[in-house]
Design a protein around this ligand. Sequence first.
Ligand code: ASP
Length: 494
Amino acid sequence: MTEANNNTHKTLSIPVYPILIAVVAGGLIGHYIPDFAVKTKIFGEIFLSLLFVLVIPLIMSSMICGVTSLGDIRHLEKLGLKTVIYYLSSTLVAVLTGLLLVNFISPGKNAQITQTEFPKMNYSIVQTPISGGSILKLSAKTNLSSSDINPKRNTVYLIDQNLIGIIDDFGTISSEAIPITQWLNISGMKAEPKLSGTGLSIKTIDKKLSVTEVIKTYVPRNIFRSMINENIFPLILFSLIFGTVLTTIGEKGKPLIVVIEAVNITIIKCVILLMFLAPIGIFGLIAGSIGDAELTNPNGFLAEMTRLARYSATVIIGLIIHGAITLVLALKFIGKRDPIPFIRNMIPQLFTAFSTGSSMATLPVSMTLITEKNKVSEKVADFVLPLGATINMDGTALYQVVAAMFIAQIYNIYLGITEQIIIILTATIGSIGAAAIPQAGLVTLVMVLKSVGLPVEGIGMILSIDWFIDRCRTTVNSWGDVVGATIIDYFEGK
Ligand code: ASP
């Protein structure tokens, strides 16, 4: 591997300034010319797909190379233990930072609630024979906007008829009319509603997610299915076991190790090539999503941020404290690294995380830069980073604590010390369980809310800006992974 890497060092000049320009230009064009900006989304989507296509071969080959290069299984155990302990501790610090801030700022006190229950509202249902669905018409305007209702996460509940309406993903939602594809009764069977009535509410789809279910998704069952579902942890486990056993078969295993190493080096080279397209991809991702937000939120993205200003500010301040202070101090004093050049080398990684909203998509960039530019040993990076991308989400954990406490404050539900401890634990588990893809943390937030009996509907209030908060927390998630790998590398070097 060393020889090939010497080659890559010579060619490694990832464009930092074009990426910075792309971020600023993307934000400005998304805000001022949203119609044009959404058309550039395609560049972002292509970039994202090209990153994703590298993730699985990269993770599997790096993990196997990582294990085979460690040689001794006892060494692997020690490294694994160090990694898990470090990542858990940094997540816990992030959670505590979030908890302190949210108690101090109290963003939910006196905040306006977007009402999601309308017990006295009259409604009528107009069938739409062509689409086979119906439109739920409300007798008066509500304060609901299309950004408050997400067909993937919300349903409509008719209180008087005890029926659930599945919202049409392709229809236009307004404050007076909601398109419905079908009506279901409480047991999930299709039902015919009466065409008028009184009382409805917007519900959040209750994805059942328990700790045991989270654990089950971590065990490999069919590696191809895990690849298709981009379910990374089972692949990591499989590669670990495969790599370990491969080292025990002696001479016979060597040719395969050489092949897997070649795959690994090739993928890293592909990442380096892909980074030349990063400015265009990052521009498309940022312009596209800001443009989308401008077009779908009647008042625009900034107005939406202001509506939820105290909540967003609490999460973002928390993320800055954790990412720019705690982790940087850890890097300097525990990892013994000079933060400024280290961060400068990682700029493309930070912006890839921000623009993709996925620590998994960012992994190829993190691995390449941390080994090539910041000289963390491949042995450690190969093993620690893929694990970090899946289980270490400091930003997500911090956000979940703030979101849960914010929802409690809005609904005026008092949470004592016991409940806050439960939130700390479930947010840590929720962040471990969240997939490293955009907005996955929102799904495990349901688990956090339910653990202390908070209304799941509360998620509706933070939905409209979650895409933005997601990008901020993903940046910290991914940054936390590389800081972790660097610190562990320092201790390994000792
Ligand atoms: N998007 C985040 C990540 O990939 C996960 C989340 O918090 O939604 O790290």
